[in-house]
Design a protein around this ligand. Structure first.
Ligand code: ATP
Ligand code: MG
Ligand code: MG
Ligand code: MG
Length: 477
């Protein structure tokens, strides 16, 4: 069986043979792009080339890009753990043409790699095109031997790719694979019919070929770019799981090594069905946390830092279901570094720093996590006794404000019990607190930092060593 590292290398070699320059992954923290919290696609680092404001010495490039999709237009946090092919952090394999080749070569080479080099069964592959893209549709028929009735047209939602609300964009053509009826995970949903873009695990999207020809402007209008470009993205963990014949991305060699690390650290077994979701979530989240921290991000109370804090708290809470009452995520980091450090040396260079930051965050949250879980349990019991199913906004706010439970964590715990959270009520509580803070004139920081700042005092005395890492206001919990 080919390893994940081999498959990554084969992708890069293939495009190098086709005249592409192999470039490094850009940082997860987008530089000079205020429209993005995290790098969410391979094309981000080339945005300036597409917009015509920057140039490169090459016209063709390929790479494996670190991506995080937990905010903005591309937010997959809710899928993680629930399905087996969306991650918060993943690698996107990509090839680009900057005003050089266009649809024909992009389609022909994708097909050649998947079916020729890698031998995927042609009759299991489907190609989608944008509803009005006759050119792409006829190219699929001309330059590949895909079954003609496996070429399908879709609308904006699936076949017009945009990185965010603004920026380079264009019609796209995607390659999906039919993994067989037994892989459907939506059979329990009334009316579900398996199909391309139907959202179940039977038909999985592997590769998106985007034909960049527009810039979406702030007012929503599309402007023609000075040149036409190709921007492709293939989910690395997905193609590896297909090529390794696995049922889940988490079963590929790379993830198994991380999961083995989690087994070692927690003393629990992944073979036990009741541990699998937690272990997958932890394996996913530790990658997002460590890669982001290695690239210079830090958990905090707003923006990017709060996204990390939310991810860490979810992971810590799943750790409780594995019996981990002491900080443990940081102990998984060496296993991750071992699994991925060769491809991403920054993991090795920053390993000690990542462990330190994770441990401090975990220690902070651990102090309120158990009390928060207790409170949640009592709320759930009260609701069950009353035959109700909605967690009051006040309760969710108390969990947030006093125990540091991000709203999405409370929602997740509620959902596990078949409960929902009164989001409007939560917003009202938040607004009340802001008003109070404004009136008292005490707090001048971003609103949702008020409570944290108070708790931070306590955190300092314990975690003095980390003051050098971050400004005190952000050190808390
Ligand atoms: P999906 O429809 O499966 O959510 P997408 O259409 O949002 O994927 P693209 O923006 O087209 O994804 O990204 C290019 C490729 O990256 C996808 O074809 C897929 O293979 C992979 N990919 C996208 N999101 C994720 C994720 N959260 N985890 C792992 N791989 C992903
Ligand atoms: Mg998506
Ligand atoms: Mg899609
Ligand atoms: Mg797509």
């Amino acid at each position: 069986m080919k390893s994940a590292s081999q498959i990554r290398q084969e992708f890069l070699d293939f495009f190098q043979e086709k005249g592409h320059t192999i470039v490094s992954s850009a940082s997860l923290i987008p530089h000079n792009d205020p429209t993005l919290i995290f790098t969410n696609a391979g094309m981000n680092q080339f945005k300036d080339v597409f917009l015509g404001t920057g140039t490169r010495t090459y016209h063709r490039a390929a790479d494996s890009q670190k991506c995080i999709r937990v905010s903005g237009k591309h937010n997959d946090l809710e899928e993680v753990g629930r399905d087996t092919y969306h991650h918060t952090f993943f690698e996107m394999l990509g090839n680009w043409s900057f005003g050089d080749y266009y649809k024909k070569e992009a389609i022909a080479w994708a097909w050649e790699l998947l079916t020729g080099r890698w031998g995927l069964p042609k009759d299991k592959l489907y190609a989608t095109v944008y509803q009005t893209d006759e050119e792409a549709e006829s190219l699929w028929k001309q330059v590949t031997d895909i079954l003609p009735d496996h070429i399908m047209r879709f609308g904006e939602k699936d076949n017009f790719w945009e990185m965010g609300d603004t920026g380079p964009c264009g019609p796209c053509s995607e390659i999906h694979i039919d993994l067989g009826p037994e892989r459907c995970d939506k059979g329990h949903i009334p009316g579900h019919v398996c199909g391309v873009n139907a959202g179940c695990a039977r038909y999985i999207e592997l590769w998106n070929l985007v034909f960049i020809q527009y810039n979406r402007k702030g007012d929503g209008s599309l402007e023609e770019l000075p040149a036409k470009h190709v921007d492709t993205g293939m989910g690395f963990e997905r193609i590896v799981s297909v090529l390794q014949g696995q049922r889940s991305n988490y079963d590929i060699d790379l993830f198994r090594r991380i999961i083995q690390g989690i087994e070692e650290v927690t003393g629990q077994s992944y073979a036990k069905a009741e541990h699998q979701v937690a272990m997958r979530v932890i394996a996913d989240h530790i990658r997002a946390l460590t890669f982001a921290i290695a690239d210079g991000a830090l958990p905090s109370n707003d923006g990017r830092g709060y996204v990390l804090r939310r991810i860490l708290r979810r992971a810590a809470r799943f750790g409780r279901t594995l019996g981990m009452t002491e900080p443990f995520l940081y102990r998984v980091i060496p296993h991750l570094a071992e699994a991925m450090g060769a491809a991403y040396p920054e993991l090795l260079q920053q390993q000690a720093h990542c462990e330190l930051v994770n441990k401090a965050e975990e220690e902070g949250f651990n102090r309120t996590l158990d009390k928060g879980i207790e409170l949640f349990e009592s709320i759930a019991a009260r609701l069950a006794a009353a035959g109700e199913t909605t967690v009051a906004g006040e309760d969710a706010f108390k969990l947030y404000d006093t125990y540091g439970f991000p709203l999405d964590l409370t929602q997740l715990m509620a959902e596990e019990r078949g409960l929902t959270v009164d989001l409007d009520g939560f917003d009202r509580e938040m607004e009340n607190q802001r008003n109070k803070a404004r009136q008292s004139g005490k707090f001048t920081m971003a609103e949702d930092q008020t409570r944290w700042e108070t708790l931070a005092e306590e955190a300092h005395s314990v975690f003095r060593g980390y003051e050098v890492l971050e400004t005190p206001a952000r050190l808390c919990l």
